[in-house]
Design a protein around this ligand. Structure first.
Ligand code: BEZ
Length: 266
């Protein structure tokens, strides 16, 4: 099932392979550590890690003494998170359709919300599961994220196969204004919002972008043959080499949106 058929959920199309996530995409959790400093988890707090992947950041939050609930759309991720961290509670859930039995003091979310196009529904679920005075600390892809990759993929798919990639794009990359407004409409007070560039080094040298495309662009390429996929990915990598390849590695043009927001106390 691809991302569009799922209605836009928090993990990728490929029913992400949890081992691959840990071994080749470890930078996702590494960068998330900076976000933890903004969360400042306290002992005894109940904290939801929304889009927890295989649970590495949930584990770090739990080390503060907070009670963590990790949630991910992918069963495979949840299974692996439970294997790795059996003392933490991990549940499978859809970011646009979840509710919790007990309210939480904080929601933490790293590199997940851009996978859910139904952002208004996500914001409602997040607001409803926070206690009054509770906080949201989130980082995800913002406006212009991986813009050069999306642009090259769009051009190549059009030229080579007459495919309109805009209809297949599974990602939600809002601006500061757009996302802050959305949260405010739902009742949040936005206390911090920032969009910044974070060129992200991809592993595996000249194959780095090809690997990234294999992991993340199934929504664009799901109906292509293996040979077609290989051809399209290679063309995109070639086109972007001048722009994104430097000193032996590709650097994806990541742009992160960081947000802190609070549910009013009364
Ligand atoms: C990101 O973390 O920004 C991202 C990852 C995969 C696909 C698109 C964006």
């Amino acid at each position: 099932m691809n991302q569009r058929e799922r209605g836009g959920n928090m993990s990728s199309v490929n029913e992400w392979n949890a081992q691959m996530y840990d071994h080749q995409l470890g930078f996702v959790s590494e960068y998330g550590k900076g976000l933890l400093e903004l969360l400042q988890p306290q002992a005894g707090e109940r904290i939801l890690d929304l889009g927890c992947g295989t649970g590495d950041l949930s584990k770090q939050i739990a080390e503060s003494g907070a009670v963590v609930i990790g949630m991910d759309y992918s069963e495979d991720m949840v299974r692996e998170a439970r294997n790795k961290y059996p003392t933490i509670s991990f549940i499978q859930g859809d970011g646009a359709e979840f509710s919790l039995d007990q309210k939480v003091d904080a929601i933490f979310s790293n590199a997940a919300l851009h996978w859910i196009k139904r952002a208004p529904e996500v914001a409602t679920c997040m607001y409803d599961c926070l206690r009054p005075g509770g906080r949201l600390v989130a980082e995800f892809g913002g406006k212009g994220n991986v813009g050069s990759i999306v642009s090259a993929l769009t051009t190549v798919l059009k030229e080579e196969l007459a495919i309109d990639a805009t209809k297949r794009n599974p990602w939600y990359f809002p601006s500061v204004g757009e996302y802050s407004s959305l949260l405010e409409q739902k009742g949040f007070q936005v206390t911090y919002a920032c969009l910044f560039s974070r060129p992200t080094q991809l592993t595996n040298g000249v194959e780095g972008l090809n690997d990234w495309l294999s992991h993340f662009t199934d929504d664009f390429l799901f109906d292509l043959s293996v040979a077609q996929r290989t051809h399209i990915q290679q063309k995109v990598s070639d086109i972007l080499k001048d722009q994104l390849f430097s000193e032996g590695a590709y650097y994806a043009d990541y742009k992160r949106l960081r947000v802190i927001a609070r549910k009013p106390s009364t």
